[in-house]
Design a protein around this ligand. Structure first.
Ligand SMILES: [Zn+2]
Length: 121
């Protein structure tokens, strides 16, 4: 399943990020999912729940941010959101390059901070 291998590499990426903060729990993993990524957010969540334990991240929450499709027109340089039929709405060129919306990207990782100690006055 596409989502399982995707989540596995995502978790490995998170583990590298927190390797220098050993012992601290990861609260949340934030990812951007584009409409052309071919990823079902619900499947991504269930794959995450299934695999998080293997990476020592039981209880970590996956937060998905669904980003809009954006494309760049090579003829006039317009960057557009949600182009109809992946074509530039300004000049009609259909050779646009997708700028964003075709990927799953790790956005941020929330790592638990130790409780600040109470200070006596
Ligand atoms: Zn154009």
């Amino acid at each position: 399943m596409h989502e399982l291998s995707l989540v596995r590499s995502l978790l490995a990426q998170v583990n590298r990020i927190r390797s220098d903060r050993a012992g601290l729990a990861v609260d949340g993993v934030h990812v951007e999912v584009g409409p052309l990524s071919g990823v079902e957010p619900e499947l991504l969540v269930s794959a995450f729940e299934q695999l998080a334990g293997d990476f020592g991240m039981t209880g970590t929450q996956l937060v998905i941010d669904e980003v809009p499709l954006m494309a760049n027109c090579p003829s006039c340089g317009t960057v557009t959101v949600e182009p109809v039929r992946i074509r530039c709405p300004i000049c009609g060129d259909d050779g646009v390059t997708i700028v964003s919306g075709d990927e799953v990207r790790l956005q941020s990782v929330t790592i638990q901070c130790p409780e600040p100690e109470e200070q006596a006055l």
